[in-house]
Write a protein that binds this ligand. Structure first.
Ligand SMILES: Cc1ncc(COP(=O)(O)O)c(C=O)c1O
Length: 294
């Protein structure tokens, strides 16, 4: 591999440094777009069809028409992975409503813009997966589902997550726990949260106003396959502080232990046995399942 990176711009592969985004892209002007982060492990694109399906569901909800059907977008994603030669990498698919100045979509001439890249991405240093993350509950609340449905993975909504992440970082934490408007445990800024209590796995219900993570669904499936009981109760910070173990899940972060919340150690302050078991199961599963890119 030459090291030259390519991105896909509306279906055409171009050198990354030569890629030009329209000045009046609605995504740039108004955050009017949606995205997916997808990982490729060992040459296999993990949960590719689930990510493509979520992308098209988000598009339907926002009334954005992608210029190509899901099967064609899937092929363009695979082509972008191949062009960059990454057997392990992070794919980012961004779709915006199109190009045009003015809020009203009728100012947009032409089709939605589709941008795809594939890079190497390590969200946290390896020692954090060994030692665990410090997490702070942030004051930035999750948007209420009656304002933006959390299943819509739209770019504009992420200003809230960026503010929450910065707030967590300012307090010395590596991640921020976001609560719902009612104060219930929601999700971290880019990850879902799991608690272990008395040998059972608990995670907030997707309907509470969080993204229904594909990693979350995978961990639930792996846990159930290992005979672990999984439930989705409404929880508060009290449940987090008194959990035996906590971990976060997301495509970018993968499965990562969280060992301290708001100055309280979780359990003995070390990643626990069920977290380690599920991290190992996830690693094995991602290495061996997925859509071959090469
Ligand atoms: C807010 C939020 N929650 C949860 C997740 C985890 O979702 P997934 O496992 O599908 O990556 C993400 C990442 O996409 C996210 O941005």
């Amino acid at each position: 591999m030459s090291g030259q990176q390519f991105v896909s711009l509306n279906g055409a592969l171009v050198k990354k440094e030569e890629a030009v985004i329209p000045f009046y892209d609605h995504g740039l002007l108004y955050g009017d777009g949606l995205f997916e982060g997808i990982r490729v492990y060992n040459g296999l694109v993990f949960k590719l069809d689930e990510h493509v399906a979520r992308l098209y569901y988000s598009a339907k909800a926002l009334n954005i028409n992608l210029p190509a059907p899901p099967q064609a977008t899937r092929e363009t994603i695979l082509e972008t992975v191949r062009a960059n030669g990454h057997r392990d990498g992070y794919i980012r698919v961004t779709v915006t409503r199109g190009t045009g100045l003015g809020l009203d979509p009728k100012h947009i001439k032409g089709e939605a813009n589709v941008y795809i890249s594939c890079e190497q991405l390590a969200l946290y240093p390896p020692e954090m997966y060994e030692d665990g993350l410090i997490v702070a509950t942030v004051s930035t609340r999750l948007p209420s589902p009656d304002v933006i449905d959390p299943r819509v993975k739209c770019t504009g909504k992420y200003i809230n997550n960026i503010m929450a992440k910065a707030e967590a970082n300012r307090s010395g934490a590596g991640e921020g726990l976001m609560l719902t408007r009612e104060g219930y445990v929601g999700e971290a800024t880019g990850d879902n949260i799991f608690l272990v209590k008395g040998g059972q796995l608990l995670t907030p219900p997707a309907t509470i106003g969080i993204l229904q993570g594909i990693t979350r669904d995978t961990v639930i499936m792996l846990a159930q396959a290992a005979g672990i009981s999984v439930s989705e109760p409404i929880m508060t910070q009290y449940d987090v502080y008194n959990a035996d173990e906590v971990f976060l899940t997301g495509t970018a972060a993968e499965v990562i232990p969280a060992v301290e919340f708001d100055g309280r150690l979780i359990g003995d302050g070390k990643p626990g046995p069920m977290t380690r078991q599920l991290m190992a199961a996830f690693r094995e599963h991602t290495r061996t399942t997925g859509v071959p890119a090469f």
